[in-house]
Design a protein around this ligand. Structure first.
Ligand code: ARG
Length: 279
């Protein structure tokens, strides 16, 4: 275990949950019938932004659009590696219009955007992990999109099949602890039960030292976390996983986004990482 894990400063894009609501059900979490408390959601979201800033990260905001209740889940809008932006084509028709304000934001910031042809939900399913991109499929992003992503970034795309509807996006079942910017393979945490047997085997081969989470911690959105290499912004409900991470020298930073769980989202879902060329 390293004496001290070294954080890397990140640039994040987020969207205020001003118009957040559960108005349709496109994943099992959204069928609970529990109404969203928007005031509480705004407070929880602000606490996440404050926690990022307090740890030295840059946070940019895209303006929330009325009538787009899931727009707060910024991770789904694109995947950005080395300043190249691959814009999403959402699975649900209700979410498709979100691409417009997000792509406009990227263009205003000086990025060019390649819009996906195939169904693709950004960092929800495409998880850059240093030397390769881990890519989920099964519920949302298609294999055709994985091929497009590999061609666009020139990075190997490792397709992983998700099998449990509660973990419909890869970022609900796995997160990158350390992206191996030092040339090493890095490491991840994941819940094996969310993956097909073959995909589980792929993960075992790529990450023999991965942190394995229980279903309980995964259902508490513990794997929908953001790590800067040292601090892990994590759901406080994922106690077992937080303890495991602390034992490995990471510093868990608990941030409660329980209002967002009602829509099937957590910390990572609310966070798009902007990876620029020299970051
Ligand atoms: N209600 C949203 C959906 O089903 C939640 C998205 C969560 N985002 C994520 N990156 N997992 O699309």
């Amino acid at each position: 275990m390293p004496e001290s894990r070294v954080p890397r400063r990140r640039r994040f894009l987020v969207c205020e949950p001003r118009h957040f609501a559960v108005q349709y059900a496109i994943n099992p979490w959204m069928s609970s019938g529990r109404p969203v408390d928007v005031i509480r959601a705004l407070d929880q979201w602000q606490a996440l932004v404050d926690a990022y800033r307090a740890h030295g990260h840059t946070v940019d905001t895209v303006g929330a659009v009325p009538g787009l209740p899931d727009m707060v889940f910024a991770a789904n809008c694109a995947v950005v590696v080395e300043g190249r932006v691959f814009g999403s084509h959402f699975h649900a028709p209700e979410r498709r219009p979100e691409s417009v304000p997000y792509e406009a934001w990227f263009k205003t910031e000086g990025f060019e955007v390649q819009h996906s042809e195939a169904v693709c939900e950004g960092e929800g399913d495409l998880v850059p992990a240093g030397r390769w991109i881990l890519a989920g499929t099964g519920f949302r992003t298609t294999r055709e999109a994985h091929r497009e992503v590999q061609e666009f970034f020139g990075l190997p795309v490792i397709s992983l099949t998700l099998v449990d509807p509660y973990f419909y996006h890869l970022d609900t079942a796995l997160f990158v602890l350390d992206d191996g910017s030092d040339g090493a393979a890095g490491n991840v945490a994941y819940y094996p039960g969310a993956f097909s047997p073959g995909s589980r085997e792929v993960l075992e081969r790529l990450y023999p030292d991965a942190v394995i989470a229980t279903r309980e911690d995964a259902m508490a959105f513990g794997l929908n976390s953001v790590s800067d290499g040292r601090h892990v912004f994590i759901s406080p409900g994922a106690r077992g996983l937080s303890d495991q991470l602390a034992g490995l020298g990471y510093v868990p930073v608990p941030v409660d986004l329980s209002e967002f769980h009602k829509a099937g989202g957590g910390i990572k879902c609310c966070t798009q990482e902007i990876r620029e060329i020299h970051s």
